[in-house]
Write a protein that binds this ligand. Structure first.
Ligand SMILES: *Cc1c(COP(=O)(O)O)cnc(C)c1O
Length: 396
């Protein structure tokens, strides 16, 4: 399916409205119980292929519609919804990993996904290792006969290094050859959101998103998705999802459905503002380096140019090592338009300070503190003015 003109595809997405009521928005259906017409139906309806509704947990017309649209957004064939982005990450881990299997995670992966591996997966006898996502050779060296699942993330969380996904996937494919249980690749595609690049064309098996971010766009709902083109992989995710009881609610699905028609517009507006501010920030006193895949000199910039056609709403600034953390905290505290908080891709701009040396297992080259900025939908000049009034706090 064409990756162009996504807005039109999402706005004119096939949907069967109730007879005689063709509203623009799909209806919101809520259920635990779904009534069957007779015992034969109760015994034969199958939610797995969407040929029948059986129970709210296994899908409603509203969640099926959202699943179909997220699959379209990502250029995939199948989608499973989870109650948060983190639940979608954990679902993939639980669907594919068994005791004795090994998991590989990029060192710059989304933090809570690492925490799940360090907590539950380790306790279940499923060890993990971190690899350098900017080095396919490092990934190749860390794959073992027990490796079952390899996570990818583009770009990395907080520091936004853009990895060579086709090269990493090729390493996995080669190592996987001849295995009874091939190694599965799963991409955390929250940043790309199906818009910046076509994950499946780059070769990944599964694409996971926090729908909390771009698809919702409202900073008011939590949801996650797991999309694939592969029927067998989808089945594995779907069965694990059913056993865990990870359904999503109709009203939450509605919020994400409302966000989708404007996702491409929002993505491009936030992309433009973020590039402008990232570029401006690079020249400010006290700023050692700005991380944003579209900036020359940012790690993976060339790969981003080759594989992507847009960039997300995040940039990070590493400050000079001479600037103490208290001054960086004071800079963050003196911002007025930017608020302090987690998540991103909503209407409001956010920032958060990070101590990278405490986060990265394989090391971090900058001694100074780092702040990540998430650009919302405010006017870019108000955001620039806010940064400009707060930056002197770094110096005194
Ligand atoms: C936010 C985020 C998640 C988790 O999403 P939640 O809905 O907040 O659980 C996962 N991956 C990435 C890259 C994220 O930014």
């Amino acid at each position: 399916m064409s990756r162009e003109r996504l807005s039109t595809q999402l706005i004119h997405h096939p949907y069967k409205p109730p007879e005689g009521f063709e509203a623009v928005a799909p209806g919101v259906h809520k259920a635990s119980t779904v009534i069957f017409p007779n015992v034969h139906a109760l015994r034969t309806y199958d939610w797995k292929d969407k040929s029948g509704y059986t129970y709210g947990l296994h899908g409603t017309p509203t969640t099926f519609t959202l699943e179909e649209r997220i699959a379209t957004l990502e250029g995939g064939a199948h989608c499973v919804l989870a109650p948060s982005g983190l639940a979608a990450v954990a679902l993939v881990d639980m669907a594919f990993l068994r005791t004795g299997d090994e998991l590989l995670i990029p060192d710059n992966a989304y933090g809570p996904g690492k925490t799940f591996a360090e907590g539950e997966l380790a306790a279940w006898g499923i060890p993990h290792r971190f690899y350098d996502p900017m080095s396919p050779a490092d990934l190749a060296a860390k794959i073992s006969p027990a490796t079952r699942l390899v996570w990818l993330e583009a770009p990395g969380s907080i520091t936004l290094e853009f990895p060579d996904i086709p090269a990493l996937v090729a390493v996995v494919r080669q190592a996987s050859e001849g295995r009874e249980r091939p190694i599965v690749t799963a991409l955390d595609n929250t940043w790309g959101a199906g818009i910046a690049f076509a994950a499946f064309d780059l070769g990944v098996d599964l694409s996971v998103q926090a729908l909390t971010k771009y698809p919702s766009g409202g900073a008011d709902v939590l949801m996650g998705s797991v999309v694939t083109r592969d029927e067998a992989l989808h089945r594995t995710v779907l069965l694990c999802h059913m056993r865990l009881g990870l359904g999503v609610a109709g009203n939450d699905a509605e919020l994400v459905l409302r966000g989708l028609p404007s996702i491409e517009l929002r993505y491009r507006a936030q992309d433009a503002a973020t590039r402008e501010l990232a570029h401006w920030m690079q020249g400010q006193p006290g700023v050692a380096q700005v991380f944003h895949p579209a900036l020359a000199g940012s790690p993976g910039h060339g790969t981003w140019q080759r594989d992507a056609r847009a960039a997300g709403c995040l940039f990070s600034a590493a400050f000079d090592a001479s600037i103490p953390q208290e001054r960086i905290d004071a800079f963050c505290d003196s911002l007025r338009v930017f608020k302090l908080g987690w998540s991103w891709a909503g209407p409001i701009s956010l920032c958060a300070p990070y101590r990278m040396s405490a986060i990265r297992t394989l090391g971090w080259p900058h001694a100074g503190g780092l702040v990540r900025f998430a650009i919302g939908l405010e006017h870019v000049e108000d955001l620039r003015a806010d940064l400009a009034q707060a930056l002197p706090r770094l110096q005194s």
